[in-house]
Ligand binder design. Structure first.
Ligand code: GLU
Length: 430
């Protein structure tokens, strides 16, 4: 199978792991090799230069990407990442994961991802706006409500989506809300979208706990007897921590890029959020001990939620991990090797394409609402989200039991099965 890999995509660990995991799933489900060949590479990748004038008057050029991995089920879908380590290979691996995530969730959407190689914390708000608008202009020929629909990812949020929507609409001469999702509610965003990824993570944790109880493997109730730690305190980790806290679980440790805090009796998450919003750091919070970003993975807990960035649990630290359930809130936080070691030890993994799918599910709702100009209540959004997450969870668990494989492999198989059927029915052009 290796001869199909072209050097240009290969350089990142994330892409390498995505393909390795794909190959494992493909072999187990005896996927048609002609389909497998096509799914290992993206449909299209665009690299752009994004020049902006900095506040000091000089011009700086950033590198940007938009990769569309597969569009057989519908328009490309996936976030835009602003991070200093972003590269073409990583974006391609992430686009591939989006294809499987959307298919697994049953969405009529393909997989895509974009990004700019930039440290956004080093730019002013004006510079960020210029960067986002110029990037949108440079990729506008490959995006659109029926072609490819970006959304927030690491380092971007509703503000960036508003600028992208405005720039795209300006070039079209009329407002096009459905060109992006994750927009602020005031300009066509969906109620519940901002919280949807973190909320979906906790839905899957609840399903996992129920499943493990039924199987008499471990007794995790998500009440005060349950301990949780969360790596990342942003759009995903912050919401997941709050949802877990609201259920009554004890969130004993959280961390963000600068380090974190711990309290064995449980952190007061609502107050921690207020503290974080005010001080932009977790450290120093009342009744807590500081911990490092390395330590957070070693604390014994029932549920560990890595919800920040990829490759944080690898062969280097996997043997120190002491959790019963690991919920991949981020994309690719565990390396393939680490997943194998942990699953062999009996740890229950909720893989990223399932665990964090709540974000793209509500993105889909936002896209639909925008196209119809008819908006739902938050209760309706959450009800539909819960239903779709449950369906996906049940499907993955069934495959895992049928094939006696790991949860990641099962989740990929669920997604690949749906795409491969569509590819076979549509045939190969010309
Ligand atoms: N960036 C998110 C993800 O990785 C959301 C993508 C979307 O909503 O399109 O799933």
């Amino acid at each position: 199978m290796k001869e199909h890999r072209s050097g240009i995509w290969e350089s990142s660990e994330l892409y390498h792991d995505a393909v390795t995991e794909f190959e494992e799933a493909a072999a187990l489900m005896q996927l048609d090799p002609n389909i497998a060949t096509r799914l290992k590479v993206p449909k299209r990748a665009l690299i752009v230069s994004v020049p902006i004038r900095l506040d000091d008057g000089t011009v700086k050029v950033f590198e940007g990407y938009r990769v569309q991995h597969n569009a057989v089920l519908g328009p490309g879908k996936g976030g835009i990442r602003f991070h200093q380590d972003v590269n073409l290979s990583e974006v391609t691996g992430l686009a591939m994961l989006m294809t499987f995530k959307c298919a697994l969730a049953g969405l009529p959407l393909g997989g895509a991802k974009g990004g700019i190689r930039v440290n956004p914390s080093k730019l002013s708000s004006r510079e960020l706006q210029a960067l986002t608008r110029r990037y949108t202009t440079e990729i506008q020929m490959v995006i659109g409500p029926h072609m490819d629909v970006p959304a927030p990812d690491v380092g971007t949020d509703g503000r960036h989506m508003a600028w992208m929507m405005d720039t795209y609409s300006f070039e079209r001469g009329h407002t096009v809300p459905s060109v992006v999702t994750g927009k602020p509610v005031e300009i066509g965003g969906s109620l519940g979208r901002a919280e949807s990824t973190g909320r979906g993570v906790i839905y899957t944790v609840l399903h996992a706990a129920k499943y493990l109880r039924e199987k008499k493997r471990v007794n995790i109730a998500m009440d005060k007897t349950t301990t949780v730690s969360v790596h990342g305190f942003g759009k995903v980790g912050g919401v997941a921590a709050l949802e877990a806290h609201m259920l009554g679980a004890r969130v004993i440790a959280v961390s963000d890029i600068a380090g974190g805090v711990m309290n064995k009796n449980g952190l007061d998450i609502p107050h921690l959020q207020e503290y974080f919003a005010k001080h932009h750091t977790l450290i120093g919070f009342l009744d807590s001990d500081p911990i490092t970003n390395e330590e957070i993975f070693t604390i014994p807990v029932d549920v560990l939620i890595p919800a920040a960035i990829e490759s944080v649990i690898t062969i280097k630290n996997v043997h120190q991990v002491q959790a019963k359930i690991i919920a991949e809130g981020a994309n690719g936080p565990l390396s393939s090797e680490a997943i194998k070691i942990l699953e062999d030890k009996g740890v229950f993994l909720i893989p990223d394409v399932l665990c964090n799918a709540g974000g793209v599910v509500v993105s889909y709702f936002e896209w639909v609402q925008g196209l119809q100009n008819y908006f739902w209540t938050e209760a309706e959004v959450n009800k539909q989200l819960a239903e779709m997450m449950e369906k996906a969870f049940v499907r993955v668990v069934m495959i895992q039991e049928q094939y006696k494989c790991g949860m990641k492999t099962a989740a990929l198989m669920a997604g690949i099965d749906r795409i491969s059927k569509a590819m076979l029915l549509r045939g190969l052009f010309p």
